[in-house]
Write a protein that binds this ligand. Structure first.
Ligand SMILES: [Zn+2]
Length: 128
């Protein structure tokens, strides 16, 4: 710990020396709060660029700075998931109907893996 502090202070240039000749980097406490409401503080050099987010030590979620440091907004396209693409083509109501229809067919042994068919094959409706 002490060794790291010394190194950091030398790298940063500005140093603070006590009467024993030990250098200390000036520090600050930076507060963070994760989405679960866990508050914690990280000790950083005053020269360090304070990150807007820090991993919560309790739950691992991304905690945001309580000092109001804003995240860098990256100019990247929002990721389109398979679900997004599906919703562009069908409404949720339509998807529900399709799901119901397919489930009925599956339960009736019309579709699905062959080993599931065998047990229900006798119940198969001739009209279907
Ligand atoms: Zn947390």
């Amino acid at each position: 710990m002490a060794e790291r502090t010394l190194r950091g202070a030398r790298l940063g240039g500005q140093s603070f020396e006590d009467e024993r000749g030990i250098e200390f980097a000036a520090r600050q406490q930076v507060g963070y709060r994760c989405p679960q409401g866990h508050d914690f503080e990280i000790t950083m050099s005053v020269e360090a660029e304070v990150p807007a987010v820090w991993e919560c030590p309790r739950c691992g979620a991304e905690a945001e700075s309580t000092a109001g440091i804003e995240r860098e907004i990256k100019a990247e396209k929002p990721v389109r998931t398979h679900w997004d693409m599906l919703l562009e083509r069908r409404s949720e109501k339509e998807l529900e109907d399709i799901l119901k229809e397919r489930l009925e067919l599956l339960r009736g042994g019309e579709i699905g893996p062959a080993h599931l068919h065998r047990a229900t094959q006798k119940k198969r409706r001739a009209s279907a």
